[in-house]
Unconditional design. Structure first.
Lengths: 222, 306
């Protein structure tokens, strides 16, 4: 499903965010990316979203070499990926429903279909009663749950989550993990970056540990 | 499980999204949008007025060309010998199709018929200003050189006060018309450019206002058309509004002029009714403006996205 072959990513200031990372993730796996801040977790996820391109090496998802995708192919690829951003990236002037249904809305999907899918997801994350609220009217935890619902809207084949429980209390964090598990049980590959060791222990799946941009551990349990 | 990519989405739904977003954006920035639409309306108004004017002037000048006349004004008091010599010279000329002699009384009557507004001026004069007039209608294919030669001969004839040749007046009129048309076209082009810049600027503002949203759309996999579509529609809506306002204003302006101060001109120029754009001209104008508005929207979104 995902194959990173000797991938490095460096920025203009010479800092290496990733160094010679080789990693394979099979279809349907649930993988936790752990490591301290600055270890390269977010960079790895951004490469997989094709928000950035590797400085060296190759990133493949399925049959696609992400570096070679043109603009249209890149957008089509992104619609198969769900991404939970660390900073949520919700649209402040759109309601919760509109945020969750963003892509379906711009693609012209009939509103009834948007409504059916979005309301189901919002019910799943416990926010069905806030459909008409605006993001700034929600708490940090609620905003994060909206971002999760939006990531699941397209029934993605790959779910990437960057610290998805950073603003949630323990109980909600575990609920989100249950949601991810359910999604994963349906066949979606899940790759979650987190530095929360308790959560990693709760998930109890494969853990890839990053440090200074390199994979320093890859095992079944934390 | 496969991803739900919405590739099967309906075109109608996409259009609804584009119109909805464009309308929302125009409402949010209605002041600047109104300004650019007004500028656009001004450009379309001038262009449409130039089109109407050109069509009407072409008709009038064409009729004047076909009915070109040569009028020979004789000195007063009338001299039968001079009149006979001039009349004979005119009749002999191969470029003349028909001749009519108006005595001073008929010349005055004709003047008053053509220019009723000047009746008071004429009657207040101490003596009648017109002598005998020999009017010649020229043959349709008469060469300019031959007519010029006849005019020169008549002007040199003793007892002739003046020779008025319509085509000389006509060429002056045509020259003036051509200059006026060029000026109107230049003004319309300038206004159109200004309007284009204004519309593009409004759309760019709109783009910057939605920059964060557009970035998120991109990360979520929205196709390019989902980003540029609302801007194209916004340009279209502004162009449509500007064109409708301009055409309505022009219609009202022309109706007012033709019913008021332009009525006597219309009668003198034998114009049957209030002239206006033909359907073909109107459709071309609307299509051209809409195309320009859509192009401005598309270019603005592409330019800023670069």
């Amino acid at each position: 499903m995902i194959a990173l072959e000797s991938v490095s990513k460096s920025y203009g200031d010479g800092a290496d965010a990733l160094r010679d990372v080789t990693l394979t993730i099979g279809k349907g796996e649930f993988v936790c990316l752990s490591g301290p801040s600055g270890a390269g977790k977010s960079t790895l996820l951004r490469l997989l979203l094709r928000e950035e391109v590797a400085s060296a090496g190759r990133v493949r998802v399925g049959d696609l070499d992400l570096a070679t995708l043109g603009r249209d192919a890149r957008q089509t690829y992104r619609r198969t990926v769900g991404f939970v951003f660390q900073d949520f990236r919700l649209l402040a002037d759109r309601t919760v429903f509109e945020n969750v249904a963003t892509v379906a809305r711009v693609m012209g999907v009939p509103r009834s279909q948007q409504w059916r899918r979005a309301s189901g997801l919002l019910q799943q994350v416990g926010l069905q009663h806030r459909m008409d609220a605006y993001p700034l009217q929600l708490s940090g935890g609620e905003q994060q749950r909206v971002a999760i619902a939006r990531a699941l809207m397209n029934q993605p084949v790959l779910l990437l989550a960057d610290e998805p429980t950073g603003n949630l209390d323990r109980a909600l964090s575990l609920e989100v993990m249950e949601t991810f598990r359910a999604i994963n049980a349906g066949g979606t590959t899940v790759l979650m970056a987190t530095h929360d060791l308790e959560l990693i222990a709760y998930v109890n799946r494969r853990v890839v540990h990053l440090q200074h941009g390199q994979v320093v551990g890859d095992g079944g349990r934390p | 499980m496969s991803a739900l990519r919405h590739e099967e989405a309906h075109a109608v739904g996409f259009l609804q999204y584009c119109f909805g977003e464009a309308w929302l954006s125009l409402r949010r920035r209605w002041r600047v949008a109104s300004l650019s639409t007004a500028l656009l309306a001004g450009a379309v108004f001038v262009l449409a007025a130039a089109l109407v004017g050109s069509s009407q002037l072409r008709d009038v000048t064409s009729r004047m060309t076909e009915a070109a006349e040569l009028s020979v004004y004789l000195d007063q008091p009338p001299d039968a010998g001079v009149q006979a010599a001039v009349e004979a010279a005119v009749r002999r000329a191969s470029v003349v199709r028909a001749v009519e002699v108006l005595d001073p009384q008929r010349a005055t009557e004709r003047f008053l018929r053509d220019f009723p507004d000047l009746r008071d001026v004429l009657t207040s004069l101490p003596e009648r200003p017109f002598g005998t007039v020999v009017e010649a209608r020229l043959a349709p294919g008469a060469s300019e050189a031959a007519v010029d030669q006849l005019v020169a001969t008549l002007r040199a004839t003793a007892g002739v006060d003046d020779v008025v040749y319509d085509r000389e007046v006509l060429s002056r009129v045509l020259l003036t018309v051509a200059v006026a048309q060029r000026l109107a076209t230049a003004l319309a082009v300038l206004l159109a450019l200004a309007a284009g810049v204004a519309v593009a600027a409004v759309l760019r503002l709109s783009y910057y206002a939605r920059r964060d949203e557009i970035e998120v759309l991109g990360l979520l996999g929205a196709p390019s058309r989902a980003v540029s579509g609302p801007f194209v529609v916004e340009g279209l809506l502004q162009a449509l509004a500007g064109t409708i306002v301009a055409v309505l204003l022009l219609r009202v302006a022309m109706w007012s002029i033709w019913r008021g101060p332009g009525a006597s001109w219309a009668a003198a120029l034998e114009l049957p009714d209030v002239p206006f754009l033909t359907w073909q001209q109107l459709l071309t104008l609307v299509a051209g403006t809409l195309l320009a508005g859509a192009a401005a929207g598309w270019l603005a979104s592409r330019e800023v996205a670069r």
